[in-house]
Design a protein around this ligand. Structure first.
Ligand code: NAD
Ligand code: GLY
Length: 367
């Protein structure tokens, strides 16, 4: 078992546990439960797989659960309202611990509900997708979507711990695994050239679910994310680099309607666009641009935006991005592999040029 700590002021630091069999480790889980009441939030895909194991580990506590419908299209205020109804019906108090069991959709909405209920109650993240283990369960961003913008309604609320049982990845389908690898690759591109090299060398092991390779990928990703979040918890500065590829990715997700492409797939195509913009700015070399594209393609991720979304439409959708400040969209671009920068000053037409150049080539769509 590996442990990574997210260091935060005011004694809010918390551990991320990574390893096999952690769902069954009742003692570790209970150590982080406040009070005796627990409210588990999961969904109708994950519940049949892992809810019983979790309930067994919580035996003896006063446990309630809410099973949501699966899917990004349910990450809404309406779904959050049904969670509030259920918390009030119990009734849950401020000593209740919410536990999220599932992927990033469940984690984001459960965290949002925990953040808002009675102005904030504790919650534990138990991520069961690769994407959630390497990214969404860590760092306290919680949110629901708005029809006009992804994650537009949300709040920062840190979990009390993250328990990443790597055994749960065995039931994930290949497409979801690849989507999680997109966020994993992001860390190498923005912060750690050695990790990028390691990912290039270990793509096959990761795709065949070699457990040592997957565990290392989760651990290294969490170390990088934890360091960035510790430095800038509420995204006043450097944390924005974690959104590399996301401005374009979120526009793809919103433009298509949530759920058509997976978040990681949209981010993969978004990272290629961001890398191309970086290249057009004279930063990322053409060789490193191609490395980025090749790595994502080897994983089996989309490296072009969906054909139906024009450059003009994507740019229109980006206007509601959370990185728009005083009317200017800040971009996350690469100086080199492993060195991301936040940029507000760029030629007006560089985004359009990059998207159009990429659209000119053969479109590779998500499966
Ligand atoms: P998801 O939660 O929809 O999970 C993907 C699919 O896998 C779902 O059908 C889910 O039910 C299923 N699933 C989950 N665990 C499984 C398992 N062990 N075995 C089999 N099936 C399983 O999607 P995701 O990719 O985990 O997360 C995407 C979401 O995360 C998006 O909403 C995105 O905005 C959000 N996100 C948030 C942050 C953050 O910092 N809060 C960061 C990145 C992404
Ligand atoms: N996924 C981006 C962040 O947590 O800041």
């Amino acid at each position: 078992m590996k442990e990574v700590v997210v260091n935060l002021p005011h004694e809010r630091h918390y551990p991320i546990y990574i390893g096999p069999g952690l769902l069954a480790e009742s003692e570790r889980l209970r150590r982080h439960v406040t009070g005796t009441k627990v409210f588990v939030i999961t969904n109708d895909v994950v519940a049949p797989l892992y809810l019983d194991q979790l309930l067994e580990s919580l035996r003896g506590l006063d446990v309630y659960s809410k099973i949501l419908a699966d899917g990004e299209s349910h990450k809404t205020l309406d779904t959050a309202a049904t969670i509030f109804d259920a918390l009030i019906a119990v009734p849950c108090d401020r000593e209740t611990t919410v536990i999220s069991l599932g992927g990033g959709v469940t984690g984001d909405i459960a965290g949002f509900a925990a953040a808002c209920y009675q102005r904030g109650i504790p919650y534990i993240q138990i991520p069961t997708t690769l994407l959630a283990q390497v990214d969404s369960a860590v760092g306290g961003k919680t949110a629901v979507n708005h029809p006009y913008g992804k994650n537009m309604i949300g709040v920062f609320h840190q979990p009390v711990c993250v328990i990443s049982d790597t055994d749960t990845l065995s039931t994930l389908d290949d497409r979801q695994l690849r989507a999680g690898l997109a966020e994993t690759i992001k860390y190498g591109l923005i912060r750690d050239p050695e990790f990028a090299n390691w990912l290039e060398a270990n793509v096959d092991a990761l795709l065949t679910r070699d457990s040592a390779a997957l565990s290392y990928a989760v651990e290294r990703s969490c170390q990088i994310k934890a360091a960035i979040v510790s430095e800038d918890e509420c995204e006043r500065g450097v944390r924005a680099i974690l959104n590399f590829g996301h401005t374009f990715g979120h526009a793809i997700e919103t433009g298509q309607g949530y759920g058509a492409w997976l978040h990681g797939e949209a981010v993969a195509a978004g990272m290629v666009i961001a890398a191309r913009v970086s290249n057009l700015m004279g930063w990322l070399s053409s060789a490193d641009y191609l490395r980025t594209e090749n790595l994502l393609q080897r994983v089996g991720l989309p490296i072009r935006a969906p054909v139906e979304l024009t450059a003009a439409r994507l740019i229109e959708l980006m206007a509601v991005d959370k990185k728009v400040s005083r009317g200017t969209l800040r971009l996350i671009l690469l100086k080199t592999v492993g060195d991301a920068r936040i940029v507000s000053d760029y030629p007006a037409d560089v985004i359009k040029t990059a998207i159009e150049q990429l659209r000119d080539t053969e479109s590779i769509s998500a499966r």
